[in-house]
Design a protein around this ligand. Structure first.
Ligand code: ADP
Ligand code: NI
Length: 195
C-alpha cells in the first residue's frame, strides 16, 4: 500500500533526527492535516502523502537524511503514485519545504491544510518544546537579555506570527489556543527571569 510504504521510508530516514524534524513531528503533522481536511473538499490521500513527505527536502536536515526534490519525485513514481497526484504532492512540498520567503502560500486546499498543520506543530506546548530542542541542537542559549540569538528570540522572530498566517478556519481556531499558551509561557518566563 502506497501510504504504508511512504510511512516506512520516512520513518527510516527521520526516525531519530535530533533537531525537531523527527518522525514523531511528521506523524503529528499527518494527523493534524487529516483533522483539518475533515469536512472540506480536500483530497485526503494527497493531504496525507504530502504531510508524510513534507520535510524530506528541508535544508535544515543533515545531508544523509535529506532527499533532493528529484529523489522524492522518483520515490513517488516508484510507489506507483499517479502523475497528477505526484504533481500535486510536489507542489505542496515545494511551497512548504523549499520555503523561499517562508510566506509562500500553496495554491491548493491540500497544500494550505498541510502548511497549517506544520505551523500548528511549531506553536503551543509542543512548539515550545521543539524550539528548545532545536536551540539545544545548535548550542543556542535559552535567552539573551541583549536581544542576540536565543530560543526565546525565536518566538518573536517567528512563532508569535504564525497565528496570523493560518490559511484555514479550522487551523486558525487551533492556532488561537496554542498562541495563547505561548503568551502565558512568555509572560511567566519573564516574570521568573526578572524576579
Ligand atoms: P518545519 O520545517 O517543520 O516547519 P523548521 O525547519 O522551521 O520547521 O524548524 C523546525 C523546528 O525548529 C520548529 O519547531 C521551529 O520553530 C524550530 N526552530 C527553527 N529555527 C529555530 C531557531 N532559530 N531557534 C529555535 N528554534 C527554531
Ligand atoms: Ni515540518
Amino acid at each position: 500500500m502506497i501510504k504504508t510504504d511512504a510511512e516506512r521510508l520516512v520513518k527510516e530516514r527521520l526516525g531519530n533526527e535530533g533537531s525537531g524534524h523527527d518522525w514523531l513531528h511528521i506523524d503529528r503533522v499527518r494527523k493534524l492535516s487529516i483533522q483539518l481536511a475533515e469536512g472540506t473538499e480536500a483530497d485526503e490521500f494527497i493531504v496525507e502523502l504530502a504531510a508524510l513527505l513534507h520535510d524530506l527536502p528541508d535544508r535544515k536536515l543533515a545531508d544523509d537524511r535529506r532527499m533532493s526534490r528529484l529523489e522524492v519525485e522518483t520515490m513517488l513514481t516508484s510507489l506507483s503514485v499517479g502523475d497528477d497526484e505526484r504533481t500535486q504532492i510536489m507542489h505542496i512540498i515545494d511551497t512548504i519545504s523549499f520555503k523561499g520567503t517562508g510566506r509562500t502560500i500553496p495554491e491548493t486546499i491540500e497544500g494550505k491544510i498541510v502548511q497549517d498543520a506544520d505551523r500548528l506543530d511549531a506553536i503551543g506546548a509542543i512548539g515550545i518544546a521543539r524550539t528548545f530542542i532545536y536551540a539545544g541542537s545548535k548550542g543556542t542559549p535559552v535567552y539573551e537579555p541583549d536581544g542576540s540569538d536565543s530560543a526565546i528570540q525565536h518566538f518573536y522572530d517567528k512563532l508569535l506570527k504564525l497565528k496570523g498566517l493560518m490559511n484555514t478556519d479550522a487551523g486558525r481556531k487551533k492556532a488561537e489556543e496554542r498562541h495563547r499558551f505561548m503568551e502565558v509561557y512568555l509572560e511567566t518566563f519573564f516574570k521568573e527571569w526578572d524576579r
